[in-house]
Ligand binder design. Sequence first.
Ligand SMILES: *[C@@H]1O[C@H](CO)[C@@H](O)[C@H](O)[C@H]1NC(C)=O
Length: 323
Amino acid sequence: MERTFREHLFLLVLCLSVLKGDARYIENNEILKDDIYSVFNLDLKREMPEIPEELLYRRSLRCLDMIAVEGQFTFTAERPQLNCASFFMAEPNEVLSIEYDSVDIDCRGGDFITVFDGWVMKGEKFPSSQDHPLPLFERYVDYCESGSVRKIVRSNQNVAMLFFRIHNEGSSFTVTVRKHVNAFPCNVISQAPEGSYTMVIPQQHKNCSFSIVYPVEIEISEFSLGHYNNIAKRLLPGCAETGDFVQLLGGNTIDSSKLVPVTDLCISFTGPTQMKIGCETTVVRMVSSGRFVNRVSFSYRLLNSQELQNLKLNSIDDFCSSN
Ligand SMILES: *[C@@H]1O[C@H](CO)[C@@H](O)[C@H](O)[C@H]1NC(C)=O
């Protein structure tokens, strides 16, 4: 319990520093410890059936917030709040929906509320444009432009966020955030710095990435790409040319297209299956041609400070920021 809390706090601090890095002026930033504690330790109940509205968890939204539970969240401006962001997160096999219940903002006066299908940190996006099914402009849904209360926006992965700007004291809005089962998760941000996961792409031409925003040791335990069994090995050139491969990436951004490849896995599986990646973000990414059912299983755990220290001595910092 204590540990989980620390981890979530770490992630929150990460978000805070990220927004600061964006040179945004964040007002009203005081985070009440007890408040976060209670939120993150609420029972993350399993999906379905949908919780009736009167039983929904309710609380107010802060200008900068991180939410991992379903519920109804209300923001009320006590003064102009010009750069606010809420990060929402669900389990890997879930997606989120965000529904406007009531909105009282001044669109003409420059207020806005925008849902983003993914997360933005330091100006970098998750999932990267290369891995998301929609073009970038369609991932932003602006309330003032698209209008109408009770509109529902659904994410394509387990994370989504809300940006908003409100000029007038007393203006407010309420959204309901729900989680839904996603039978075929593709892009995922891990909630915790340790765990295990199996990524499957069932004969679809797409790319998926599993992102861990912590320095971790990762172990690939199982790995199967269709062509490996079907085509003679000697016919296959380098990984990228095969059209189906798994990449391990590391770096200091959440945009997987800007991370540095640590290793590619495709034809043979002789290299080390266990690796320490001391960057801010570690990603397992699968590129799939659509001809095969591809899968990879892995587990990961947070590096301790001694391990990080050792990696630093080997100039891992240069590596992490080398793109
Ligand atoms: C997947 O990523 C590769 C580069 O790693 C890119 O060439 C390809 O177009 C992407 N595929 C899809 C379906 O987006």
